[in-house]
Design a binder for this molecule. Structure first.
Ligand SMILES: C[S@@+](CC[C@H](N)C(=O)[O-])C[C@H]1O[C@@H](n2cnc3c(N)ncnc32)[C@H](O)[C@@H]1O
Length: 374
């Protein structure tokens, strides 16, 4: 359970909450400050440290730059992990992320980070930074594992950044990875939004690509590899991009010799220097806003071989009116945070200057686009 401490509320915290909070941070403080546990006046030293910390916590009540202190409790209401978000010169920083020493290696820090991300998104804070000392290998690893990317490194520190929305998406897809294929099948069987027509999308992608011998294929948002596995088996050279480690693990188990890039779509392009015959987005481009979709599709022109093709298979309609109708029909289960392709939007964009566009509406829900490089 996430608890948020901020403003005057900090002054009214119960004593045992403060004690528990301090207990999370307490471990190692004495040694960190260069004292020895066998120093004669160790108890006095400890008590001074505690006093400093509690004074600091109380001062947070007045600190306008403190977004909040975030407290994670376990099922017994014990504080198991804490962190804070602080505003500094236009940027938000994650600071003081600590797990209680008796609760290490149980995923509490990861869980706290996930809950804080959702809270930040609610407050429209979409990017955070974190500065870590280079000698703190444990913290550096934690940041890497949790999708932070390095923005600056010097002799002493590494500065990381994290895109809040991507982090939330990554966690959701990590959690979904195991059951993903099953839930796609179920939605398809019931001929329901969002996956009605999934198999037809899959066969269309296969038909288009399998015409070319040993095609070089990049799948953006490769997921569990459902779409590219048959092409891999056919001898195509597959590169899969995805921000979910768990999804990639599954795709890798089917396509052992494929290349995988664990990254956001745009960041992944910085790691790619070769060109492809086909670039596929199957139920993945809708995670970007319409402007970002168009921007990315324009960029991808440089990653296509001559005559190369981008294929998009997704929930899709011809017009915005059709999309609104679909949304009304499936209002109870519609995902408002996804931006499904609409033919008209693409036709009215700069995309038509650099691509020849073909579109097939597969059923009421799904459609397949072919953008051939001009
Ligand atoms: C609905 S699944 C589709 C998976 C697969 N292409 C398929 O058709 O079964 C969307 C996938 O896109 C990935 N994804 C979403 N947004 C992404 C982003 N911005 N960058 C990289 N991958 C992303 C998710 O992690 C997820 O694996």
């Amino acid at each position: 359970m996430l608890e948020i401490w901020k403003g005057k509320q900090i002054l009214q915290l119960k004593d045992n909450y403060i004690e528990q909070w301090f207990d999370v941070l307490n471990y190692g403080l004495v040694e960190d400050r260069g004292f020895r546990l066998n120093d004669a006046n160790i108890e006095e030293i400890k008590s001074n440290i505690r006093k400093d910390y509690i004074e600091y916590l109380m001062s947070c009540s007045m600190d306008k730059n403190l977004q909040a202190y975030y407290i994670l409790r376990d099922e017994y209401n014990t504080i198991v992990a804490v962190c804070r978000i602080v505003f500094d010169e236009g940027e938000y920083y994650l600071e003081g992320l600590e797990t209680h020493r008796d609760y290490y290696r149980r995923g509490f820090a990861t869980k706290l980070l996930f809950l804080v991300m959702q809270e930040l998104k609610r407050n429209n804070i979409l990017k955070i930074y974190s500065i870590v000392r280079n000698h703190n290998a444990k913290s550096i690893n934690f940041h890497r594992k949790n999708g932070f990317t390095i923005v600056m490194e010097d002799k002493t520190n590494t500065k990381f950044s994290l895109n809040v929305e991507n982090k939330i998406r990554q966690d959701l897809f990590d959690q979904w990875a195991k059951g993903y294929n099953k839930s796609v099948l179920k939605s398809e069987k019931e001929a329901n939004y969002p996956f009605a027509g999934y198999s037809e999308v899959k066969y269309s992608v296969f038909d288009i690509i399998s015409d070319k011998h040993k095609a070089k294929v990049l799948e953006m948002g490769v997921g569990t590899g459902e779409i590219t596995k048959p092409l891999y088996d056919l001898g195509c050279e597959i590169t899969g991009v995805d921000l979910s480690n768990k999804m990639i693990e599954i795709a890798k188990s089917y396509m052992k010799k494929a290349t995988f890039i664990l990254a956001d779509f745009s960041d992944a392009l910085n790691e790619i220097s070769n060109k492809f015959d086909f670039i596929v987005f199957s139920y993945s481009i809708h995670h970007l806003s319409y402007n970002n979709q168009i921007e990315l599709l324009i960029k991808l022109n440089n990653y296509l071989n001559e005559d190369g093709v981008i294929i998009i298979g997704d929930v899709s309609t011809l017009t915005l009116e059709d999309m609104n109708q679909l949304q009304n029909k499936y209002a109870a289960i519609w995902d408002d945070e996804e931006y499904y392709p609409i033919l008209k939007k693409y036709q009215l964009s700069q995309l038509v200057d650099i691509y020849k566009l073909r579109y097939v509406q597969i059923n009421e829900v799904a459609g397949v686009y072919k953008f051939r490089k001009k």
